[in-house]
Each structure stands twice: as structure tokens, then as C-alpha cells.
Design a protein around this ligand. Structure first.
Ligand SMILES: Cc1ncc(COP(=O)(O)O)c(C=O)c1O
Length: 355
């Protein structure tokens, strides 16, 4: 995956429309006010009342016994892998999974595990693929101790795993003696898109986390949930990795604000994504994937542009887009992008591509 972060670019116009990622949202004044008023304490010692409130709320929301506040989604994935696995173990995940493609090799570097990448359309695999990948325990093969799924599947196109498949693969993994983990970076997008609660989606998963820095619009933080014993063990890894914090309630208050104000509105981002995809499909040469949530992917091969050359031209017009391969582009809708921005971005894209 090519996923170069946007760099400060002297001489270029300011960014007017940011479709690069939902991670680029800025906290609103109201969210900042909530953060400013947060009651705080020493998070590392379990004494921050706002962090504790967030963790209690998330555990209830995702149907687990306990939760732990972490700085980022990447740290949630890594703490979960470290907690579930031992060095030499194998994790089963989709070949495009964030843990495999975008975490700097951390599962190998930190946990000493290898990831077996499973194939399947849309960033998902089915029960048959999982069954075929499972090996009977033997002294020769690595212990397959963890199954990991991504809801939504980012590189899969922001697709939503059907709940039945989620539950089926979790059951197969458990039958094999493996634990189950859900990367819920955009779990609320999935829940809002199909009208099924996040808790129901995560049922059958031993650990699950939600990111607050994507469509939910908070500046910092993710919450990992699981059994009380799992979260106890996760705390040691948080401490070892330097992820324990102090007056983190300031951040947790932004997350609580996001839960109260920014979940239902994700439907607007999904509407905008559909509008965007429909308009892009009218541009000659673009092959557009049909969005299920807030991520819109398209291929530029037939236009003669690479993703990178298009991104450079769009940046010169004040529009930030994301490259996800030689000719694969991702546009992301979020709370700092409105319908007028979408229309303008499409007009600019059409002009750039036909120039
Ligand atoms: C599917 C998925 N998992 C994990 C992450 C990592 O989250 P964070 O940026 O909070 O570390 C991302 C971020 O884009 C993601 O898309």
C-alpha cells in the first residue's frame, strides 16, 4: 500500500477540501469546550474519572466486561496481539489488513508473530477460506492463536462485513482454539450503515476496539474492550509500551462528546460518499468502486494518470486525496467535508483529468 502522508508544501495553495482521510478532522469548538471542562486525574493509576467513564461506556456499548483507553488504534491492535499471542504464533487476517500493511511490521517487531494473509473480495474472507488456512496443531507449524478482522475493511473499500460471516468465522476460530480480535477503526460507520449495533457485530470477538480519531472527529484516543482478565493483561502491555497516560481525561472527554454527537451523523458521510461515487462514475476512464460507508476508491489506469500524478495535480488545486497503489485512489468523506465540497472536488477532478 502506498499511503504517503500529506506534507507541508511551500508555494502550494492552502488545502480547501481534504478528502485524504477521516483522520484529518479537527475538533469543533463544542468538542474543545467539553475537553476543557473535563474532570481529570492520574490515568495510569486508574484515577481519571473521565477516562473511567469512557471505558465503562465503551465496554457496555461493545458488550464486553472491561475497556482500556489507548492513544491510537494502532496501539489497540498491537496491545491486543501482544496480549493474545506469544512469539512464534500465527495471526490469521485478510491480506490487506491494517496490521499487515500499515503498522510498520509491529506484529513481527513487537509481538514476534507472523500474519497469514487470507484472500477474499472487499477485504473480507469467508468461512471456507478460513477453514482451508487452519492447520491441525503440529510441532512443525506455528500455533494459529488469533483471528483478526477489520470492520469496516479499509483497503477492501470500506466494506461492511455481514454479521453472519463475522459470527461464523469467529466460531470457526474458537473451534480451532484461537482467540478473535476485531479492528473497529470504523466500527461505528459499519453499525450506522447497516443499522446493526456495534455490540452485536462484536459478539463472538474476544477483543474489539473503536477509534475516535476517524469519522467521530476527536483529536486523540481509541478504546480496546474485552474480558476483565484480557484488559488486566492489556494494561501491562500498555505500561510496557509507554501508552499509560496521566490527565488523559481531557482526551477522553472529546471521545465522550463524539459518542454523544458524532455517531448518527456518520450517515451523512455515507450519503456524501455515494453522491461522490455517482459523480465520479460519470468521468470517463475512472473505474469507481461502489462505497458501502465513507471510503470511495477508484482506479485511474484508463485515464493515463497514476494515483500519484493525480494527487499532485489535485493538491495544486487545494484538494487533498489519498493514493493507495499505483493507480488506486481513495477519497474519504467525514465531518469536515460537506456536499458543496464534494461537488467542487468532482468538478476539479473532471477538469484535471480532461486537461
Ligand atoms: C482499519 C484500520 N485499522 C487501524 C488503523 C490505525 O488507527 P490509528 O491511526 O488510530 O493508529 C487505521 C487507521 O487508518 C485503520 O484504517
Amino acid at each position: 500500500m502506498v499511503h504517503a502522508p500529506p506534507r507541508p508544501a511551500p508555494g502550494l495553495p492552502p488545502i480547501r477540501i481534504n478528502l485524504y482521510s477521516d483522520t484529518q478532522t479537527k475538533p469543533t469548538q463544542a468538542m474543545r469546550a467539553a475537553m476543557m471542562e473535563a474532570e481529570v486525574g492520574d490515568e495510569q493509576a486508574g484515577l481519571d474519572p473521565t477516562v473511567n467513564a469512557l471505558c465503562d461506556r465503551m465496554a457496555a456499548l461493545l458488550g464486553k466486561q472491561a475497556a482500556i483507553f489507548l492513544p491510537s488504534g494502532t496501539m489497540c491492535n498491537e496491545v491486543a496481539i501482544l496480549t493474545h499471542c506469544r512469539p512464534g504464533d500465527a495471526v490469521l487476517a485478510h491480506a490487506t489488513a491494517h496490521i499487515l500493511t500499515a503498522e510498520g511490521g509491529a506484529p513481527a517487531a513487537l509481538a514476534g508473530v507472523q500474519i497469514l494473509g487470507l484472500e477474499g473480495a472487499g477485504g473480507q474472507f469467508d468461512a471456507a477460506t478460513l477453514r482451508a488456512a487452519l492447520q491441525p496443531p503440529s510441532r512443525y507449524s506455528p500455533p494459529q492463536t488469533l483471528l483478526s478482522v477489520e470492520q469496516t475493511a479499509n483497503l477492501g473499500g470500506g466494506t461492511v462485513w455481514p454479521v453472519a460471516t463475522l459470527h461464523e468465522v469467529a466460531e470457526i476460530a474458537h473451534g480451532h482454539g484461537a482467540a478473535t480480535h476485531m479492528d473497529g477503526a470504523r466500527l461505528m460507520n459499519a453499525a450506522v450503515a447497516v443499522g446493526i449495533s456495534a455490540g452485536e457485530m462484536a459478539a463472538g470477538y474476544d477483543s474489539v476496539w473503536l477509534d475516535f480519531t476517524k469519522g467521530l472527529g476527536a483529536p486523540l484516543g481509541a478504546v480496546l474492550c474485552g474480558s476483565a482478565a484480557f484488559i488486566d493483561a492489556a494494561w501491562r502491555w500498555k505500561q510496557r509500551l509507554g501508552g499509560s497516560m496521566r490527565q488523559a481525561g481531557i482526551s477522553a472527554a472529546g471521545c465522550l462528546y463524539a459518542l454523544d454527537h458524532n455517531v448518527e451523523r456518520l450517515a451523512e458521510d455515507h450519503d456524501n460518499a455515494r453522491t461522490l461515487a455517482r459523480a465520479l462514475a460519470q468521468i470517463e476512464g475512472l473505474v469507481v468502486e461502489s462505497p458501502e460507508t465513507n471510503l470511495v476508491y477508484f482506479d485511474t489506469e484508463a485515464t493515463g494518470h497514476t494515483a500519484e500524478s493525480l494527487a499532485v495535480k489535485m493538491r495544486a488545486e487545494g484538494v487533498l486525496i489519498s493514493t493507495m497503489g499505483r493507480t488506486r485512489v481513495r477519497l474519504c468523506t467525514h465531518l469536515d467535508v460537506n456536499t458543496a465540497d464534494i461537488e467542487e472536488a468532482v468538478a476539479i477532478l473532471r477538469r484535471v483529468l480532461t486537461a
